[in-house]
Design a binder for this molecule. Structure first.
Ligand code: CA2
Length: 149
């Protein structure tokens, strides 16, 4: 009997504030809104989905390690500010064999120069930036269409 394919969605620090502050940059949707849309799309395609937000680097790394071992096929990650600082998250993703898609709500390339470099992009199979929360749904669509069940 084939197992249900699984995708993990990781949201980095401060993304719990989505919808509450800086709507001109990040939009009006909350993180619960994003996760509900992802859940609806995943379930209708026959996928399992886990969504986790953490303000702590180690919690995100532990979740990536768990995904290595539990059959997760793909990770969608918005590492938030850790994008620009975290060799540790890059190393964890390098130990994960499935697909990795990096998502940014804002177009980081239109913003301050320190946001132009991503450690995570050294590992990501795809990168989406500047599409607002639609970027998460585009990432999930790509995974559903291309990752074999
Ligand atoms: O554009 C993105 O998705 C970012 O990953 C968001 C990060 C930022 O550090 C990256 O450079 C780009 C910031 C996440 C903070 O999110 C907030 C949302 C609402 C209010 C305050 C912070």
């Amino acid at each position: 009997m084939p197992t249900t394919p699984r995708v993990l969605v990781l949201h980095g620090p401060n993304l719990n504030l989505l919808g509450a502050r800086q709507p001109e940059i990040y939009g009006a949707a909350t993180l619960d809104d994003v996760n509900s849309l992802l859940l609806e799309k995943a379930v209708s395609a026959g996928w399992e989905i886990d969504c986790l937000q953490s303000n702590h680097e180690g919690v995100l790394i532990d979740a990536i390690h768990a995904a290595r071992l539990d059959g997760t096929l793909a990770i969608i990650i918005n590492p938030a500010a850790y994008t620009h600082t975290s060799v540790a998250i890059l190393d964890a993703l390098n130990a994960f064999d499935g697909r990795v898609i990096e998502v940014h709500i804002s177009n980081v390339h239109k913003r301050e120069s320190f946001r132009h470099h991503s450690y995570i992009s050294l590992r990501a199979d795809g990168v989406i930036a500047g599409l607002g929360i639609q970027g998460y749904l585009a990432a999930l669509e790509a995974i559903i269409r291309t990752d074999k069940k």
